[in-house]
Design a binder for this molecule. Structure first.
Ligand code: FMN
Length: 324
């Protein structure tokens, strides 16, 4: 039910709050490849090319997906605060304008959105192996339903498919490990060389070689599946246009935050998607649709003792146009 009048004020502050929560979203290598433009009743989401991983992600596939995660976080903030928002996702355009959120009126605060906003404050990427805890399959069904509501499919892989995925993971790790440009790019985002406010601090990855920590994530995940403590799954969309990739990101946000509320940890594995040959192997594996991301699910409540990755300050990602 729509209540109240759109002209009752507070639009700009609501949109800024939405953009700020969007800025806390997870992104590939914590690159935060987004920018927000706040107008009187609209919030525009733009792709920030200077923060796209040029070598690992030349088509900005993962960057657009990451922007979709931010878009969903912003939508949640508005819904939790009682705003009705219309979202227009833009097809490819050279201006890198991905989506526009338009405030359409006031409505009741969504308690479900409120729960997910609270989960977004607890959520972290948990790369640890969870050798002891079994994973509840009913919880996976709840997560898959949240993902489906965002027009995206979650295919849980059965053990024989996991063996095939293991081959794709090996192939992508070898391809990236042999590529000096990919390794140099990794140095810009991981550890001491990273740009301020972005990237993954060495402390977040724990001890040991930081490259290996990221690249081994796939191998560790597959071992956990063999040990029956993790499940691998593929996020996929019917088509593979830019709005589809954005939708996959919105679905990742919905699935990840839902998982956080029911004590399931999520680890995205993107190298298999970055390398075209492995992406095509995964496409054969799921039989239908376009793979957008591989995810590892494991049991595990959010752990507030895990170190946090930084985020850019609001002023670096939000610009104002016009006035209220
Ligand atoms: C599209 C996408 C791809 C990602 N790929 C990987 C990955 O391959 N390996 C990994 O360890 N983390 C991956 N991550 C997790 C990010 O590194 C993480 O979200 C970021 O560093 C911010 O940290 P936080 O999630 O703890 O806030 C990915 C995240 C997103 C959104």
């Amino acid at each position: 039910m729509v209540t109240g009048d759109l002209r009752s004020g507070g639009h700009t502050s609501a949109l800024v709050k939405a953009a700020v929560l969007g800025g806390t979203a997870p992104s590939a290598h914590n690159s935060q490849p987004w920018r927000w433009r706040v107008g009187p009743d609209v919030l525009d989401l733009l792709l920030e090319r200077s923060r796209v991983l040029a070598t690992a992600d030349p088509d900005a596939r993962l960057a657009v997906l990451s922007c979709g995660v931010a878009l969903h976080h912003a939508r949640l903030e508005l819904a939790a605060s009682g705003w009705l928002a219309e979202v227009e996702r833009r097809p490819t355009d050279p201006g890198d304008h991905l989506a526009r959120i338009r405030l359409a009126g006031r409505t009741e605060r969504s308690s479900r959105a409120g729960r997910l906003v609270r989960a977004s404050l607890l959520r972290r990427t948990d790369r640890r192996s969870r050798p002891s805890a079994p994973l509840d399959h009913d919880k996976l069904r709840t997560i898959a339903a949240a993902i489906r509501r965002e027009d995206t499919r979650l295919t849980l892989l059965r053990p024989p498919q996991t063996h095939l995925l293991a081959a794709a993971v090996r192939q992508s790790c070898e391809a990236e490990g042999d590529d000096p440009a990919a390794l140099a790019e990794l140095d810009q985002w991981v550890g001491v060389g990273r740009r301020s406010g972005t990237g993954i601090p060495a402390g977040v990855l724990g001890s040991g070689d930081r490259r290996q920590a990221l690249q081994n994530a796939g191998t560790t995940a597959i071992r956990d599946v063999r040990d029956h403590v993790a499940v691998l799954a593929v996020l996929s969309t019917t088509a593979d246009t830019r709005p589809d990739r954005l939708r996959a990101g919105e679905a990742l946000s919905a699935g990840w935050l839902t998982a956080t509320t029911i004590e399931v940890s999520v680890l995205p594995l993107s190298s298999v998607i970055e390398v075209a040959a492995s992406r095509s192997a995964i496409r054969d594996l799921i039989g239908d649709g376009h793979p957008q991301l591989v995810l590892r699910f494991a049991a595990g409540e959010p752990d507030s003792t895990l170190p946090r990755s930084p985020r850019l300050p609001a002023a670096a990602i939000i610009e104002h146009v016009g006035g209220e």
